[in-house]
Design a protein around this ligand. Structure first.
Ligand code: GLC
Length: 415
């Protein structure tokens, strides 16, 4: 069965590879994640006090965009409205529960989009479908869906070209008729080339949805290869991931992931052709947390060195000892060989348990003829043998002075 050809905007999305997710809302002032209202006993009237203190005085869209850009992210997905029902955008009279009516008195989505456009980052809008604020969500679902559709229409009409819409919450009423046809038709009318994504949640990673959906989601779980043969349409895949245990900032969450784990996760996504959407939770009034910035900064250093291996590439069906793998440049010029298990060497007086070099590595089923192989980080050539589909070479481990956690060799394909 044939694999469907990707529409251009879906292929473009896939080629971007790495994006930044931003969870910011009234809840950020509490510092216990974005589910605070649901997990506490307070009433919506009490919760609404957070609206009166929301000044957004620390929000600098440009700083956020530049942080994403220097980490190597090509797009940012911002929570324009989360489950609490508060909108960071001007709802144009649909509701007073939005940023322009709050003490912030600004359309924060406008600032976000302007900063993205200025710095060549593609803006995406997260929008909840579940709403704890709108009573109609429980009492008059049809009226609620119309409110949702009009909100989305505002986002599609008022901010120029956007990369896509990222919905979240249909899992809260799995048996309801969400009238997805109407919602997605509204998007297609104003933004024919926007990615439409609807998060299937923790319990259903990678599940296919409505035919208008352009990418499946893997929330907090490593993506598995897509079985695209026979599908009516080519779908992208995206994993979204927290850098600690919360999406909205958690002031008492110290369980941060290491840069090494995050880099490995980015590579594991690319291994199967999926994107990674890595989250930050800005502070109470929209500032960037310095530690989160530093984490993204380290990832950015890795991407600066090895980035050519993660954008505009496709999975390559070469087999090798897991967890290593190969990707192929879309222009057919090279294979990128990813090593995640290299050993470390150096003087036994400074490197504990030194094993020095990793030894011979083989990739099987390499159908392209290779001209030369070198490490991307230092350009060092690796001698190799190729025959019967096997590409074999001595992949050295790290000398003291280098430890990139994932190291990539570039194999140039003969023209
Ligand atoms: C979940 C949560 C949510 C978060 C999202 C991100 O479905 O409800 O708070 O925004 O995942 O993937």
């Amino acid at each position: 069965m044939a694999i469907p050809v990707a529409k251009k905007y879906i292929a473009d999305f896939e080629n971007m590879g790495f994006g930044m997710f931003v969870h910011w809302g009234l809840y950020s002032q509490v510092g216990q994640g974005e589910w605070h209202f649901h997990h506490s006993d307070i009433t919506m009237d009490e919760y609404k006090k957070l609206f009166d203190t929301f000044t957004a005085e620390d929000f600098d869209a440009e700083e956020m965009v530049l942080m994403a850009k220097s980490a190597g992210c090509k797009y940012i997905t911002l929570t324009t409205r989360h489950h609490e029902g508060f909108s960071l955008f001007d709802t144009c009279g649909l509701s007073d529960f939005d940023a322009p009516h709050s003490p912030a008195k600004r359309d924060l989505v406008r600032e976000f989009v302007d900063a993205c456009n200025k710095h060549d980052i593609v803006p995406f809008f997260y929008h909840t479908t579940l709403d704890w604020y709108q009573e109609s969500f429980e009492t008059d679902f049809d009226a609620y869906l119309e409110y949702l559709r009009k909100s989305v229409e505002i986002l599609c009409k008022n901010y120029g070209k956007i990369g896509g819409l990222w919905f979240d919450g249909n899992w809260s009423k799995p048996d309801a008729d969400w009238k997805e046809d109407e919602l997605y038709a509204t998007i297609r009318k104003w933004q024919p080339e926007a990615m439409i994504i609807n998060n299937t949640g923790l319990a259903e990673l990678g599940r296919l949805g409505h035919p208008e959906i352009d990418s499946v989601t893997f929330e907090q779980g490593r993506p598995t290869p897509m079985k695209r043969a026979g599908m009516p349409k080519y779908l992208a895949a995206e994993m979204c991931y927290t850098i600690n245990d919360h999406w909205g900032i958690g002031d008492m969450d110290f369980n941060y992931k290491s840069p090494a784990e995050l880099i490995r996760t980015l590579c594991a996504c690319r291994k199967v052709g999926a994107n990674l959407l890595l989250n930050i939770g800005p502070t109470a009034q929209g500032g960037i947390d310095p530690f989160q910035k530093a984490l993204f900064g380290i990832i950015g250093k890795w991407v600066k060195v090895f980035g050519e291996a993660i954008y505009e590439v496709k999975p390559y069906p070469a087999y090798c000892t897991s967890p290593n793998f190969a990707l192929k440049a879309n222009d057919g010029s090279a294979l990128y060989l990813f090593f995640t298990d290299l050993s470390r060497g150096g003087s036994a007086h400074v490197v504990a348990g030194t094993t020095k070099y990793a030894g011979a590595y083989s990739f099987g089923d390499v159908t392209d003829e290779i001209e030369s192989v070198h490490w991307i980080d230092n350009g060092e050539e690796l001698s190799f043998l190729q025959g019967d589909g096997m590409l074999t070479f001595n992949a050295k481990g790290y000398d003291y002075g280098l430890s990139t956690c994932v190291r990539v060799a570039k194999a140039i394909i003969k023209k």
